[in-house]
Design a protein around this ligand. Structure first.
Ligand SMILES: Cc1ncc(COP(=O)(O)O)c(C=O)c1O
Length: 444
């Protein structure tokens, strides 16, 4: 009987119609679960056809990306250029999420036996997506949790030193401040701020700050204030030569960059897949390199903390929202159909265009490097004589473009930040530029 139920559940994860889905959304009526799978299959089929048509070149006129942007669920006219906090879920991810919660509602008991098995599938997918081993993948709830797991889990003594850049997010600072207060470790700040530095300048700054007491470098991979992509590979190489660990806060990295953990070489890497990858909020990634696992204690302990294989021992959190995990797997599938490399290239192409055009506007001061090796989809800038909040409000009112203010006046980092994900077009960027030019012309 149990087996029959399980088979039905498995079946319910496969196949039905668009009409049912629309009916469900419009009227809130019960949906045949398998219809959502059919819907996803149709979306993947349409992207695969596009891939065949535009093999390498995604077409300068944007045909490929315009077609792709239709697979998101934005309100009409909303131009989402802030992938911080939370980015959008593409349709297949939303479908998967609904499908899972629906299955959970219909049969909570058997779901308990079935969905957790999907978790290992997702772990393997995620590992392949970032070029790591499944034994190195922890599914956390977000970057903040990952950063805390590392800061809390390392055995550091009074006087041991942690190097942080001067551009860290609170989630990269406070876990160490807590440890400082509790255990007397020392936090050393390394300036890498503005104007944007190059790879050698950043690596040299950290090298110079090292002492025999330095135990770990904890640095943003994707700097939320300046849009810098920190040279984690070069920093890890330098740090490892001195026996120092590296923790990368890459909240924005997954889904924006074509990640390869082996190449990056850091020991720990925390990320939030609901910013750029399209996962739902509440599911995160922490990579813990095999060689570093013995140095890290689990922060949360339930059965398995001392026996689970590899990084799974950092994940004994009791009941989780398994639908989020399955939806994360779907988000990976969605990006895989497009191609990781293609996504990074498109994001950087859009950002490159935006930066070049901004540079032509009098009074604009870019906070992000022009070098695509150390910049990605986040572009930050300041406009002389125009209050950043005025830019944010004007663009929202006039064009329905969503961006945000960032940084602070005292540190000289105040400005606005723009995200250029793949559903953004050159036309959207031109609208934004037109808005900035208008504000420059009419500054009070
Ligand atoms: C660089 C950086 N680190 C950490 C975080 C915190 O992310 P989360 O709230 O997803 O844990 C953010 C949030 O935007 C961020 O930009």
């Amino acid at each position: 009987m149990k087996e029959k139920n399980q088979t039905e559940l498995k079946r319910s994860f496969e196949g039905v119609s668009r009409r049912d889905f629309v009916k469900y959304l419009m009227a809130g009526s019960a949906l045949s679960i398998s219809s959502l799978s059919k819907l996803n299959a149709a979306i993947y089929q349409s992207i695969s056809s596009l891939n065949q048509k535009y093999i390498k070149d995604e077409s300068p006129d944007g045909v490929y990306w315009e077609a792709l942007s239709k697979h998101f669920l934005f309100q009409d006219g909303l131009i989402m250029m802030n992938n911080g906090t939370v980015g959008p879920m593409p349709k297949p991810v939303f479908n998967s999420l609904i499908r899972c919660f629906k299955v959970q509602c219909t049969n909570p008991f058997d779901v308990y036996n079935f969905i957790p098995k999907k978790k290992e599938e997702v772990r393997h997918k995620l590992a392949r997506f970032i070029d790591a081993s499944p034994d190195e993948v922890v599914m956390t709830r977000n970057t903040t949790e990952g950063m805390n797991f590392v800061a809390n889990g390392l055995d550091l003594k009074e006087g041991d030193e942690v190097l942080l850049s001067d551009m860290e997010h609170p989630a990269g600072t406070h876990p160490w401040r807590l440890k400082e207060k509790r255990y007397g470790i020392k936090i050393i700040r390394v300036p890498i701020g503005l104007p944007p530095k190059n790879v050698d300048e950043i690596v040299n700054a950290f090298q110079k700050a090292m002492t025999p007491r330095t135990k770990i470098i904890s640095i943003s991979h994707t700097v939320y204030i300046s849009g810098l992509i920190a040279p984690i590979k070069e920093l890890s190489k330098m740090a490892h030569e001195k026996g120092v660990l590296v923790l990368a806060d890459s909240a924005h990295g997954i889904g924006m960059l074509n990640l390869n953990m082996k190449e990056l070489g850091c020991d720990f890497f925390a990320s939030s897949p609901y910013k750029w990858l399209g996962a739902p909020t509440g599911i995160g990634l922490l990579y813990v390199r095999n060689e570093a696992q013995d140095k890290l204690w689990p922060t949360i302990a339930s059965s398995g903390w001392d026996s689970n294989k590899g990084a799974r021992k950092f994940e004994t959190l009791g009941q989780r929202a398994d639908a989020l995990t399955v939806a994360l797997g779907e988000a990976v599938d969605f990006q895989n159909v497009i191609g990781r490399e293609r996504i990074e290239r498109r994001i950087k192409t859009l950002a490159g265009y935006l930066k070049r055009e901004l540079n032509k506007i009098p009074g604009v001061k870019l906070h992000t490097s022009m070098d695509p090796y150390i910049s990605g989809g986040l572009t930050a800038f300041f406009v002389e004589g125009v209050e950043p909040s005025k830019i944010v409000n004007y663009l929202r009112e006039k064009y329905n473009i969503v961006i945000r203010t960032i940084g602070n006046k005292e540190a000289g980092t105040y400005g606005v930040r723009v995200s250029t994900h793949v559903y953004i077009s050159f036309k959207h960027i031109d609208m934004l530029l037109e808005g900035i030019k208008h504000l420059v012309r009419h500054k009070a």
